[in-house]
Write a protein that binds this ligand. Structure first.
Ligand code: DGP
Length: 122
C-alpha cells in the first residue's frame, strides 16, 4: 500500500473531480491542468505508488487501465487521429502524485518530445 494522495481523496469523493469513467477497478477523471483539449487520468483504485511498484498480482488492473484508456480515446473521438498515453515514474520522470496514473492526452497534434513547453519553463 502506498501513502494516501490527492487521488485517494478523489476515489473516496473527499474532493471533487470531473469523473469520466468508473468501475470496480479503475477511475478516470479530467486532469486539473490539461496539456491538450483532452487530458484524462486513469488510475487504479488500488493505491499503487509508482510504475516500480506494479506487482505480478496487478496484471489485471494494469491491463484494464489501458483498455479503459483506449475506450475513452474512442469515445472522445481520438482513435483515428491518435493520442498519447504516458506514465511518469519518480522524480526524473516528472511524477508529482504518487498514485499510479495513465495520462490520456489528445485532441491536437502533440509533437515530440512530450511536454516540451513545461520542461522549458521548469
Ligand atoms: P504526474 O506529473 O504524472 O504525477 O501527473 C499528475 C497530474 O495530476 C498532473 O497532470 C496534475 C494532476 N492533478 C494533480 N492534482 C490534481 C487534482 O486535485 N485533481 C485533478 N483532477 N488532477 C490533479
Amino acid at each position: 500500500m502506498s501513502a494516501d494522495t490527492i487521488f485517494g481523496k478523489i476515489i473516496r469523493r473527499e474532493i471533487p473531480a470531473d469523473i469520466q469513467y468508473e468501475d470496480d477497478l479503475v477511475l478516470a477523471f479530467n486532469d486539473v491542468n490539461p496539456q491538450a483539449p483532452v487530458h484524462v487520468l486513469i488510475i487504479p483504485k488500488k493505491p499503487i505508488a509508482t510504475m516500480n511498484d506494479i506487482g505480478e498480482e496487478d496484471r489485471l488492473v494494469v491491463g484494464h487501465l489501458f483498455h479503459v484508456a483506449a475506450k475513452l480515446a474512442a469515445e472522445k473521438g481520438l482513435a483515428q487521429d491518435g493520442y498519447r498515453t504516458v506514465i511518469n515514474c519518480n522524480e526524473h520522470g516528472g511524477q508529482t502524485v504518487y498514485h499510479l496514473h495513465v495520462h490520456l492526452i489528445g485532441g491536437k497534434p502533440l509533437g515530440w518530445p512530450p511536454f516540451t513547453e513545461r520542461l522549458k519553463t521548469a
